[in-house]
Design a protein around this ligand. Structure first.
Ligand code: FMN
Length: 380
């Protein structure tokens, strides 16, 4: 990368070379497989594995695989939603609850399955994202002493002291100043401020207003910018807004090491920014996805998507059937507005080179043009 270096205090904190993160992205284990996590860490950034949907055994196995591929620091991201209200702990029990309390929603999804002639199959895995399961997932990450723990949704207050004991650093993701402050109160080491343009679960505030406000509100806690970053210009803009690093998701989904199904990579490569839309269709919480006819059908219906995890259980059976039928046009594909700019498959190391080298180039160019403007103003 021509010796270009992008170094902020965050690099010292995490013992990494460049302040570029592979965002933890769950997506059934496909978005951030060990090879991609390790490739980003080996390139001097911090690879983060999204582990939310994975079983305890699979989380441990993948952590060990990452360790076999890199000696550099890496992270694991889990969702810790605060709003899991269900008493039910198993998928079958939630299905029964759906049939009892939300027959119209169940019928709506059955209609969709008939309309697209999908096979009548169901997700077999019984374990759900319940408070008990999340606690067990966190215990695996603590036990493995993963260098960095990232909390997606929710409040990591209970994890922070346990992670400290293990010598780990904790990151909290926030889409608003209020949530960023809650993370800082919980004691996190780093806040990731995620703008609405981001892929996956997302808030309502765009990065230009969000990042400087979060930076001011949580000072001196370092802030990393997430959402809409896919090249050096985005990284440089994040730094200009006061962030000390970039948390990059969508741009890595087309990496050669990413094992997202090919039709989903094609949607991102071919999509324009307006096709990546927020919707509660697939999980019950607002997430930005590549637009499809299922999101449109829910929008047209008079039904409000149900809260997490009810909507997820309802739709996971649908998407399992769609996958089985090879209908990836009906499956959720979380990805952000920057998908409009992501149009070429590359290995992760090249994506890293372009993010870092590009940012250095932009920052050096800005320095020169600032100097020129100053001289011109003086002379004029
Ligand atoms: C496919 C996908 C899955 C995601 N899953 C998670 C997750 O499990 N945990 C989390 O904290 N964030 C998740 N996110 C959000 C990312 O961590 C990150 O904030 C976002 O991708 C940044 O925006 P960008 O996609 O524009 O780069 C996901 C995003 C995508 C695109």
């Amino acid at each position: 990368m021509d010796g270009a270096v992008l170094h902020t205090s965050l690099c010292d904190l995490l013992e990494i070379e460049h302040p570029i993160f592979l965002a933890g992205m769950a997506s059934r284990g496909n978005a951030t497989p060990p090879a991609l996590v390790a490739a980003v860490s080996n390139a001097g950034g911090l690879g983060v594995m999204g582990a939310s949907g994975l079983s305890l055994e699979e989380i441990r196995r993948r952590i060990q695989e990452i360790r076999s591929l890199t000696a550099k620091p890496f992270g694991v991201d889990l969702l810790l939603p605060t709003s899991l209200t269900q008493a039910e702990e198993t998928r079958s029990a939630v299905r029964q609850q759906l049939a009892r309390e939300h027959p119209k929603h169940v019928e709506f999804v059955r209609d969709l399955m008939r309309q697209f002639d999908l096979p009548d199959i169901r997700v077999e895995e019984e374990t759900l994202l319940s408070p008990k399961h999340i606690q067990a997932q966190v215990e695996v990450v603590l036990d493995e002493r993963v260098p960095v723990f990232a909390a997606g949704l929710g409040d990591p207050a209970w994890v922070v002291p346990l992670a400290r004991e293990q010598g780990m650093k904790v990151i909290g993701l926030a889409g608003s100043v209020r949530n960023a402050q809650r993370h800082v109160k919980a004691g996190v080491d780093i806040v990731v401020a995620q703008g609405t343009e981001a892929g996956g679960h997302t808030g309502k505030i765009a990065n230009f207003p969000l990042i400087p406000q979060v930076v001011d509100a949580v000072k001196p806690v370092p802030v990393v910018a997430a959402g809409g970053i896919a090249d050096g210009r985005g990284v440089a803009a994040a730094l200009a807004l006061g962030a000390l690093g970039a948390w990059v998701g969508t741009a890595f989904l087309i990496a050669e090491e990413c094992v997202l199904p090919d039709p989903q990579k094609e949607q991102i490569l071919g999509g324009s920014s307006e096709e990546f839309v927020p919707s509660r269709t697939y999980s019950g919480k607002t997430a930005r996805n590549y637009r499809n006819v299922i999101i449109e059908a829910w929008e047209r219906s008079d039904l409000e998507p149900l809260p997490m995890p009810l909507q997820g259980v309802l739709m996971e059976d649908f998407t399992a059937a769609a996958r089985e039928a090879g209908r990836y046009d009906l499956v959720n594909n979380p990805s952000g507005q920057i998908g409009g700019m992501v149009n070429e498959r590359k290995p992760a190391a090249r994506i890293m080179d372009e993010l870092i080298g590009g940012a250095v180039e932009v920052l050096q160019g800005l320095q020169h043009s600032a100097l020129r403007t100053h001289v011109e103003t003086k002379d004029g």
